[in-house]
Each structure stands twice: as structure tokens, then as C-alpha cells.
Design a protein around this ligand. Sequence first.
Ligand SMILES: *Cc1c(COP(=O)(O)O)cnc(C)c1O
Length: 382
Amino acid sequence: MKPLEPELERRRRTGLYRKPRLLASPQGPEVVVEGRRLVNFSSNDYLGLAADPRLAGALAEGAARWGCGAGAAHLVTGHSEPHQALEEALARFTGRRRALLFSSGYLANLALLTTLAGRGDTLLLDRLDHASLIDGARLSGARLRRFRHNDTAHAARLLADARGEKVVAVDGVFSMDGDLAPLPELARLAREHHAWLVVDDAHGLGVLGETGRGSLEHWGLDNEAVPALMGTLGKAFGTAGAFVAGSEALIETLIQQGRGYIYTTAAPPALAEATLRSLEIVQAEGWRRTRLRELVGRFRREAGALGLPLMPSETPIQPLVAGSAGRALRWSRHLEDRGILVTPIRPPTVPEGTARLRITFSALHEDRHLDRLLEALEALPE
Ligand SMILES: *Cc1c(COP(=O)(O)O)cnc(C)c1O
């Protein structure tokens, strides 16, 4: 019987022990945590929709009409009209033939990569790709190759050596760094090597592009360039779940073979109603994206002037790398003492020696929130 205490103890000793913070308020620019009101720079609720009353209203109406649980997996009796309407709306939004709902982004990536590659094939992932892509790649049984972060020359060498069917999979916006994958160059490489290109746009959809269509809109790429697009609904969309958008054949293959689609209960239909409402708001309220750009611009100007170690990110994800886990913890505590919540991100979520504060912005942050953040960052401890 494997003893569990030694590893827990090691984590406590090395500053890697993690535990969830307890919120006594809805998600938002200010949250109540363990009895204190804190300004929150630690959510993925980029557009400020998670607690929007219009979404809560759609959820409540949906529950009144459809009840709570879906009661079964999609292929049994769990697929109802709101799910179908949402899949059609997401297909229109992304300009694809079809879209397919998943209960989470984690599951969507497992289903997608295990469907596109198997034993004898090769999967190429960026070193900083999200854990769900890595786990999907491992589960697929294909040969997994990692290229250096955003290094397309390295990716090209690995592709040239790859055996079997090939898949390149990247985050559109890297979740812990906030920078963008060089999608035009990766699309060119993938086409040249007849490889699938999978883009996980969890942090791009809703945020990037004039109308919130994400990384592809940002780069002006069409569906042929990126034949498999994954998006999550729990970040900018403010609800929960995820989808894959692509060709008729891709979606039908996922329905037949995607174990992360087949062997799990469909999300509640009421949630699909809430996401349908969110999708309208995401497109109609461009001011939310404009506001985010303003906040990020001001943060980078003023934090840069303070000499803080900014990363090359133009997105609402603005990390400050501390290095050791201990230092990231000290920085986070310093901010919390000043009423600001920025949770430290430590290995294994980020590579060893790059523990950081991951500051994220929401369209609902006010200037006074940013004033307080910048003031607290002026005197970070060692
Ligand atoms: C959050 C995230 C996921 C997982 O999505 P969930 O719906 O939260 O399971 C997948 N990929 C990336 C890049 C993410 O940031």
C-alpha cells in the first residue's frame, strides 16, 4: 500500500502545497474570500460574464423549462433541444460546418487527440501546452514530441522526422504566459506535412478579434488553416463546458469514437440556455474587449515604468515571474495583505524555476482596482 504522507510533506516543505480558496461571493472583480473583500486579479472571467444577471436568468428559466440534470449521455437520451441549438450557434459563431459540446475542455481535448492519433502516429505539442492536451496525447498511445515554446523551426524538424499520421496541437493563447502561438507559421507547416492542426483557444475566444472569434480572427486564418478548433465555455463565456468545431467528418468521428464525448453525462440543458445567451452578449458587447485592451495597455505601461518583469503578452493574462515557489508565495501574500487576490502559480502547472503571479484582467475591473494593484506592486518583497 503506497504511503501518501511523504509526498504531502515534501510539498508542504517546498512551498508546493496547494489548497482551494473559499469564496463567499459570486465571481467578479471583487470577491469575498475567507471573510475579507479582495480585489480579484485571478480569474478567467475575462469579459465579466460569470455573474451576469442575464446569464443567471437564462439558467433559471432553462431550469424551470428543462429541469436540472440531462439524465444521460448525449448518445443515450441526454441530447436535448438547447444542446442542439447551442451546437448550431457555436458552428455559426466559428464559421464551421459543425460543433460538438463537451462537459469540459479537459474532456474535449482527451476526446479530440485520442480520436485524431493512435499507436504508430505522431503528436507534436508545444512545451507550454495545457495539461489536457498533454494528457490527451499520452492517452492516445501515439508518439509524443514536444517542441520548444513557439519555436517553429524546432517543430519543423520534429515534423520532418515524424512517423504515421501527424497532429500538431497548441494553445492559441498560452494559459500561463498569455502569449500567442504563431498560428500562421504552424498552419503552413501542418499543411506542408499533411498534419492536422488542433488549436485550443480557451483563452482567445471571446477576447481576441474584433468580434471575439479568438485567435483565428486575430490572425485572419480560415478553417482550412486550422481544421480542428477547441473552445471552452467556462472562461470568457462565463458558463461551463467546451466544444470542438470543424468539418462534418471530424464531428461525426468524435461522436462515434470520442470516449470523452460518449462515456459521460451531457451537461444540464439549462446550462446550454445560459451559454446561448452568453454567446449573443459576447458578440454584441464589443466594449468588453475594448475595456480589456485599455486595462492591459495601462497595466503594461505603468508596471513597466516600475521596472516589473513583464512578459511579452498583449492578452489579459499578464504574468510576473518570481522564479522560486517561495518567492511567488511571498509576492502573493504581500498583495493579499493589501487587499488584492493574485494566486501564485507553481510547478507543475508551470516549469520548474518559473513560479509566478498570473495577473488576469476582467472587463469589469475599474480604474480604482488597477490603481490599487499598481500601488501594491510598487514594493514587492524579495
Ligand atoms: C481551462 C483550459 C482547458 C480546460 O477547460 P475546462 O473546461 O476548464 O476543463 C483546456 N485548455 C486550456 C488551454 C485551458 O486553459
